[in-house]
Design a protein around this ligand. Structure first.
Ligand code: COI
Length: 357
């Protein structure tokens, strides 16, 4: 096994790449893993020297604290195949910032930005042949941190593992989605962990999502925990609506994830001269906008999902179809073409979002 070094970690390259076993034309989201992963452990109050090694399983004690008290956080970002054949990671600095915000909320150590960035860039460079080139394809990057101390008392762990692996992916949602406005269950409460990318937020969303699927919906749009009247987010995506031709989206808070795709889409909308209104969005306003036709589009935005048009919204048992869902000139399509063009180097990267590898 060949060993190279960087300032912060050693690199053990695989001798047998699995890339020839992959059908890049039929990628299922999140099921295919590239050749290498990054791993770095924390103990005695500091990060140890890390390593990049062949992708493979961890061995862990059953008493590892992550299994019991849920100290686990993660991020999602993407690397794209550029029009000139190169590879760029999209806005990794924003995800690193949010990762460390999540770490702080979950009482976990922050990962120094320079180590995080070097690990990302080296890992993607090493597996750059795994970055697919298809229209809806990219290399999804999943950094995460877990508590690894073997201890059964409830307290913050003293040991952690930080790891990054990557997956060549196609679309997260195939086609348009149908969503239910959730008026009973809650994703996040004020003062809670909703703004952090904490694993437990996702675990708690599974049961209400299952109930919605049994009613024929693909996803939920959560409402606030107090009145169940204000739109929050979709769990895998932030929510946006087109009202009288302008873009309306709920303001982020401690119960709504501050999405990187959300920020990118709002910036692009402003660049394109679309009116952007960030504020509270009431379910009553959504309902009357859908009834009167002033709301013509709704879509979710997220790293995994990109920009996903919503075909139908269910509110209190009534199904409302969206008027402009598949129009070529829809606001969602304009924004997607612009965002995708920037990420793939076909449109000028005027905000310096792409980090070339
Ligand atoms: C992402 O969009 O990257 C996410 O983390 C959402 C979901 C896949 C969990």
């Amino acid at each position: 096994m060949m060993i190279e070094t960087s300032s912060f970690f050693d690199i053990h390259k695989t001798e047998t790449s699995r890339i020839n076993q992959v059908d890049f034309d039929n990628l299922e989201f999140g099921r295919v893993f590239s050749d290498h992963m990054f791993l770095m452990e924390y103990e005695n109050g500091e990060w140890m020297r890390g390593k990049i090694e062949p992708y493979g399983p961890f061995t862990m004690s059953p008493a590892s604290m992550v299994f019991h008290y849920g100290q686990a956080i993660f991020e999602g970002m993407k690397a794209y195949r550029m029009a000139d054949g190169g590879v760029s990671i999209f806005r990794p600095g924003k995800n690193i910032e949010r990762f460390n915000l999540s770490a702080k909320r979950m009482c976990m150590p922050e990962v120094p930005e320079d180590i995080f960035m070097e690990a990302l860039a080296t890992l993607v460079e090493l597996d750059k042949e795994w970055v697919p080139g298809g229209d809806e394809s990219s290399l999804y990057i999943r950094p995460f941190m877990i508590a690894t101390d073997s201890y059964v008392g409830v307290k913050a762990s003293e040991k952690y593992a930080f790891s990054i692996f990557t997956c060549p992916v196609g679309a997260y949602y195939k086609g348009n989605v149908s969503v239910k406005v959730e008026r009973n269950y809650t994703r996040a409460t004020p003062g809670g962990t909703g703004y952090a990318k904490a694993a437990g937020n996702y675990a708690g969303s599974l049961y209400p999502s299952r109930l919605a699927r049994e009613e024929g919906f693909d996803q939920l749009i959560w409402t606030d925990a107090i009145e169940h009247e204000y739109i929050e987010e979709s769990g895998t995506m932030n929510a946006m609506f087109v009202l009288n031709g302008g873009l309306v989206s709920p303001a982020t808070s401690d119960t709504i994830l501050n999405g990187v795709t959300r920020d990118s889409v709002l910036t692009i909308a402003r660049d394109l001269g679309i009116n952007v209104d960030i504020r509270k969005v009431a379910v009553s306003e959504l309902r009357s906008g859908l009834e009167s036709g002033s709301i013509t589009e709704a879509f979710g935005v997220g790293t995994a999902a990109t920009i996903k048009p919503i075909a139908e919204i269910g509110i209190d048992g009534i199904h409302y179809p969206l008027k402009h869902v598949n129009h070529a000139k829809s606001v969602a399509n304009q924004l997607l073409n612009e965002l995708d063009g920037i990420r793939r180097g076909k449109i000028e990267d005027r905000h310096a979002w792409n980090i070339p590898i």
